[in-house]
Ligand binder design. Structure first.
Ligand SMILES: [Zn+2]
Length: 388
């Protein structure tokens, strides 16, 4: 099993400078290779595309021409070529757009490299050894005890923090003990999830962070707008010696950082919350049936509440999926048609009901239903029927 671990990284000032160069080198190689591919195509549209192998050959030339590239971990530049080749092959299969040039001003910087097979990564408590950078301080290394290190990614996010993501190959985890219990789950807007056993999981809420994130997004937009106008006016009056660029506006830059910090906090809290719920469910049940959300609500999400719920739903579904796989449980998805209209007791179709009706009684068999629990039971039945 491949496991991802993300740590904070605390480079020294020298290392931070070095990292700046290495981020730049990756971008440089990407842009050079892309420019090469583009001009090759322009000169002769029928010329053959230079593949990853060809790009790696060109890289040798590039290193001779630009010695500063030797400061980089060689594998990291090969991975740049690999990514570019991938992105071209997606383009040729009509799965993606044109690869774009990377900008120096992009807010997120990162590069990825491979460890050699004999690499010793953790060298002390809270210290790892990375190619070209040497010993570097990290947050807790306790989780890294077992496994073989494959890849690393160093990134600098818009808030100015450095991270190290490691890909580690480790033995499969012990499956969770079997409970012989099955469950259906209905995803809602008022509650995040309702189970066929009648358990309700609250929707994710972080009022303070949400408030700050939206407030700073607003400030960011306003400041950017003002800065754009000022820059245009300044540059329009040709009386000055130098042109101004929008990035010179510190006020706007500050808003960008603060906004990013709150959005990150919000995302982390949501992730934690969903991890707790999904672990609970996977421990408790052997078979979990959920709706195929693609067809349910992801199609028309014009409401803000819904689009926020959607973010949680898709993450919930994704997390549930890999946890079931990892811990030996089964996940079944069913089409969500009619699950809220049918009586789960006798199968009577009672027709479409407006959202505000939370409880109803079946006109045929007289069973009292909670709208969401009934839907969850229908989902469970459907799933078990499909599974045979
Ligand atoms: Zn009924």
């Amino acid at each position: 099993m491949l496991k991802g671990v993300k740590l904070r990284l605390y480079p020294t000032q020298t290392q931070a400078k070095q990292l700046w160069q290495l981020f730049g080198n990756g971008r440089f190689v990407w842009n050079q290779m892309l420019a090469m591919a583009k001009s090759r195509y322009q000169n002769n549209p029928s010329s053959q595309f230079v593949n990853e192998y060809g790009m790696n050959n060109l890289l040798k030339q590039l290193k001779k021409e630009y010695p500063f590239l030797k400061a980089s971990d060689a594998t990291s530049l090969q991975i740049v070529n690999h990514n570019l080749a991938q992105s071209f092959s997606r383009l040729f299969k009509h799965q993606g757009g044109q690869p774009r040039f990377k900008s120096r001003r992009s807010t997120k910087k990162s590069y990825t490299g491979r460890f050699s097979a004999s690499a010793k990564v953790v060298i002390a408590k809270r210290r790892v050894k990375l190619p070209k950078l040497g010993s570097i301080k990290t947050s807790k290394t306790g989780a890294l005890a077992v496994g073989k290190f494959k890849r690393y990614t160093i990134s600098l996010d818009p808030t100015g923090k450095y991270y190290l993501s490691l890909q580690i190959e480790c033995p499969d985890p012990e499956p969770f003990t079997k409970t012989n219990l099955v469950v259906g789950i209905d995803m809602g807007v008022a509650d995040l999830a309702i189970t066929s056993d009648g358990d309700k999981y609250d929707k994710f809420q972080a009022l303070w962070e949400t408030y700050q994130a939206t407030a700073w997004q607003r400030k960011y937009n306003r400041r950017k707008y003002k800065a754009t106008i000022n820059v245009r006016q300044w540059n329009h009056n040709k009386a000055h010696l130098t042109d101004m660029v929008i990035n010179d506006y510190q006020n706007w830059q500050r808003a960008r950082k603060t906004k990013a910090r709150y959005q990150q906090k919000l995302a982390n809290k949501r992730k934690d919350y969903l991890h707790k719920i999904t672990t609970d469910l996977v421990k408790k049940y052997d078979v979990i049936v959920i709706e195929d959300l693609k067809t349910k609500n992801l199609m028309h999400n014009h409401h803000l509440a819904k689009s926020i719920a959607n973010a949680s739903w898709s993450q919930f579904r994704y997390t549930l999926e890999y946890k079931c796989q990892r811990y030996g449980k089964q996940l079944i998805t069913v089409k969500p048609n009619y699950t809220s209209q049918q009586c789960s007791h006798c199968g009577f179709q009672s027709g479409r009901k407006p959202l505000e009706i939370r409880e109803w009684t079946c006109p045929r068999c007289g069973t009292q239903h909670d709208r969401d629990v009934n839907a969850a039971v229908n989902i469970l039945n459907k799933g078990l029927k499909n599974a045979g």
